[in-house]
Every structure is written in C-alpha cells, then in structure tokens.
Design a binder for this molecule. Sequence first.
Ligand code: SIN
Length: 296
Amino acid sequence: MNVNVTANSPRESVITAVPMAAPLGAEIRGVDLSTPLTAASFAQILGVLHRRGVIFFRGQNLAPEQLAAFSACFGELDVHHMTEHVFPHLPQVRVLSNVKKDGRSIGITKGGMHWHSDLSYKPRPALVTLLYAVECPPQGADTQFADMYAAFDELPDEQRRRLQGLRAVHDRNYRYAALYPERPPLTPEQIAKVPPVEHPLVRIHPATGRPALFVAKDVVSQIVGMSQQESRALIDGLEAFATRPERIYSHKWQAGDVLVWDNRCTLHRATPYAPTHRRTLYRTQVKGEAPLPAVH
Ligand code: SIN
C-alpha cells in the first residue's frame, strides 16, 4: 500500500533522472519529498530505481515522519530487530550518528563497513533501504554500492550456468564479532532470533526479471554441498569480482540528501571518516520477499 501517494496534484513538477557515470546510481531532480507524490510521479521514481538500483534526491528537508511517509511508498516498513536508537514514537526510523549527548551516542555509530545486502541473513531480506542525511563530514563517509546484475552478467558463461543452481548460507553471527569489535557479542537469544538461512546464490529481481549475484563474503558462511575450503574460495572470489571499481557507485553525501537503494540487485558498505566530524543520518527499511531462485 503506497500511503504517501495521491491520485493527482496541482503542484506536480517535471521529474528528471540524471544517471551517474557508473553502471548504477541516478540523481532524481524536480521532487519535493516532504509532500505526498502523485501515483504517476512515484511510478516514475520507481522506474528509475529499477533501472539504476540506487537513486538520490538532493536538497530535501524532512522530519522523520516525512521520511517514513515517503519510504512507505515502496512497501511495508520494517522495525529493525536491533531496537536501540530509534525514534520512540516512530520505531521504523533509526538514527545513525557519531554525535554524543550527555556522554551517550544519539545513534548507531558504526554502520556496515563490509559489503552486504541489508538483512540478507533473514528468510525475507530487506527490499529497499533509505537514508536521509541530516549532517555529514566534508570528506569521507561515502556510501558505496556494487552492481550485482553486472557482477553476474560479466561472469564467463560456464560459471553463470554453474552458479544458478547453487544455494548459499547467510549467517548473521558468522563474522559479527570481527565486524563489530566495539559491540558486545550477540547473546544466545539474539542468535536464536536470526538462525542461518539458505538463499539462492543467483536471485531473480521480481520487477525487472534480471538475475543478480547474491553473495557477501562476511555474511555468507558456506555454499550448500561444498567443502569449507571450496566455499570460501568461491565466495571470496565472487565478492572480489562483484566489487571491482568499474562496478561501484560511491555516494558523496550532502546534508539534505535522500538515498534509496534496492537490496535485491546491489551490495553496499559505509566508508571511514575522521571522528572529529559529525555525521547523522535517518534510516528506514522496507520489508522484502524471499529471494527468487534463477533455477527452480
Ligand atoms: C548502512 O549500511 O546502512 C549504512 C551506510 C552508511 O552509513 O553509509
């Protein structure tokens, strides 16, 4: 249900999309996300997201409620299973921030600095994720995206055929302690809530029909039916291939940016920045479906 979409609007402006010089990413201009969109405008925006995997809007001025309303155009909003640092009246909106108030961080300080697709370790991983920049450093702190359609398309034919029948185990706990040394380890209760899950190694995007690689070396622990050694070589090799510089869009943040990405055809990661700079973003996530295999 698209809750932020109106049938028509007298204030409709011309929407344009400017593709980035990378295989993915586009800037969308001519949209004010603080007001409801017409169904036609939203369809246009969704079309660009499906073509480019990542879209962004500059110069927005949004309250958390307005970010949630725009996000809900894409589907039902998720409440992340880690419930700290959300707005108490609006738990769908999480705060990422290194800013401290009364000695305590106002948000999640360190996001995912490893390549990943959001909630891939759940039976129904995230569909799209949105970030809204409240304040950001002058350098660094880019969010990078890898094009997982291109990663699949550009593999040799024989390897593409072989990968389409494989399944991979995504495990939240697999490298959690190494990835987040500053956080306490997951408790047995937290681990029990997200047991390892099998997904196809190549997934079909339900809207575009295109196959995309679905793998990330710090989350995928094993390929089903392969030895640990064989699995590791394949998983690490595929991530290295997928994240070659020519398949990356690096988003350079400005305050007021709204960035939307499709987790079904991209990987992403956060990059470092000087801790002396302030960075605060609001984040929402839309519930997804079970990944569709390329071979049934
Ligand atoms: C994330 O992985 O969602 C965070 C990205 C970022 O902080 O740049």
